[in-house]
Each structure stands twice: as C-alpha cells, then as structure tokens.
Design a protein around this ligand. Structure first.
Ligand code: 6GU
Length: 231
C-alpha cells in the first residue's frame, strides 16, 4: 500500500510513522508513506496558503489552490482514493479501516486553520472525522486513520495477532487478558484460563466480551442484539 499525506506540518507525521509497527511495515516495504508539505505548492511569493473569509468573520481559511496543485502533483492521483480529514466528515469506524486497508493508494489531506475553502471538497472521494471533538488540525486524525488501516494489511502484524479478535471487528469489545503472575497484589487470574480447557476458555471469553460490551457500550450491545435477531 502507498499513502501520500498532504500536510502543512510534516514533522507532526514523520517521527510517528518511523516508529513501531508502522515503521517496521515501511522498512519491510509492505508500506510506503510520502509526506508532502503543500505549502511548497503555493504560488504566493510568501508561500501563503490561507486568507481571510469572504463575508467576514474570525480566523483564516485554507485556499483551494495550493491543495489542488499538490494533489495533482501526486503520481497516480487520478486512481488514488482521496480522503479529506475534517470534523464534518463521516465518523470513523473499524469498518472503514477495513475498507481502506484494501486500497492500493490513499491520499490524505490534513486541513488546518478555521477551515478550508468549500471548493476543495469536489476533489476528494471521502471525508473522515475521527470523533466529536475539535483538533487543531487533521494531522493527528490522519495518523489515527493510517495506524488503524495499515495494521489490517496482511503481513503487517505477526500472523498470531489475528484481527478477527480485535475489539469492534465483530462489533463487541475484547475480553479481559491476563499474563504472569497468577496472583498480582491479591488479584488472581480467573481459574478457567489456567485450566487448559480450550472450549471452556473460548466460552468464557465470549461471555466476558458480551458482558463488557453491555455494561460499557450499550450502543454497541444493542446493535449486537439486533444482528443476533436478523443476521
Ligand atoms: Cl479529521 N480534523 C479536525 N481538525 N478535528 C477533528 C477531526 C479532524 N476529527 C475529529 N475532530
């Protein structure tokens, strides 16, 4: 997979993608990430990319020109899936991460300032928001999309780490995990996990997963019950 990130703050992206699983995926050539500063595409002599809003009001608005010029300079941009990061986008879910992980090339635009010129919108295929709160810019949100997507590319995680068991992959939260020691400051590992009885362990985990979803995420639990009724 190839990901092109268009941003005014490349240094918010680069150190993060060099680390851990994303860093390893790049090193192993399962992933290529290009980070492009679209300020360099500004035709303004001061490389300005924003201006005051027509109609007045506070703050600055990102201009269409540098963004669209940067987009058109990306090799393969016609075929790539072009994503605009904005709090006005579709709320991001695991199901979208799954869909994006199948793409060959993603181009992700990180907005900044109060907003962007409305005329940028038609150049993008999808708009994504990572939740109902406002960030200073799209960079952190883009990293969320990148991280959640690339871990679903076959071979990026070790093969034992199945995503089938992830929280959300079947619409339920994950069951509790334990490792050594068997008792930690008075808290014991549930006996069933030490029993070696694989069927009993699987049933316990499923039940815990359902219980945890019901108490912590009633919204997900309702959706799960509906699916049980009409699969
Ligand atoms: Cl994608 N951008 C910004 N600036 N804020 C957000 C967001 C994106 N998603 C949630 N909040």
């Amino acid at each position: 997979m190839k990901i092109t990130v268009l941003t005014l703050f490349p240094d918010m992206i680069k150190p993060v993608i060099s680390q851990s699983i994303i860093g390893r995926a790049i090193y192993e050539k399962k992933l290529q990430i290009d980070v492009i500063d679209y300020r360099t595409f500004s035709l303004n002599k001061h490389h300005k990319v924003d201006d005051t809003p027509y109609g007045g009001g506070a703050g600055m608005v990102l201009q269409a020109e540098p963004v669209v010029r940067a987009l058109r300079a990306v090799e393969g941009h016609e075929k790539a899936l072009k994503i605009l990061m904005t709090p006005q986008g579709e709320p991001y879910k695991q199901s979208q991460a799954k869909a994006l992980s199948k793409a060959e090339h993603l181009i992700i635009l990180c907005g900044h300032y109060e907003g962007f010129d409305e005329r940028i919108r038609p150049y993008f295929d999808q708009e994504i928001s990572i939740g109902d709160y406002v960030l200073t810019g799209g960079e952190v949100a883009a990293l969320v999309v990148i991280d959640s997507t690339i871990r679903l590319i076959p071979g990026v995680l070790n093969k034992d780490a199945s995503h089938e068991e992830d929280s959300f992959s079947d619409g339920l939260l994950e069951y509790p995990h334990y490792t050594r020691p068997p008792v930690y400051e008075g808290q014991a590992v549930p006996d069933v996990l030490l029993s070696g009885h694989h069927q009993a362990i699987a049933s316990w985990r499923r039940a815990e997963s359902i219980k945890r979803t019901r108490t912590r995420r009633p919204d997900l639990y309702e959706a799960y019950l509906k699916r049980q009724k009409n699969p």
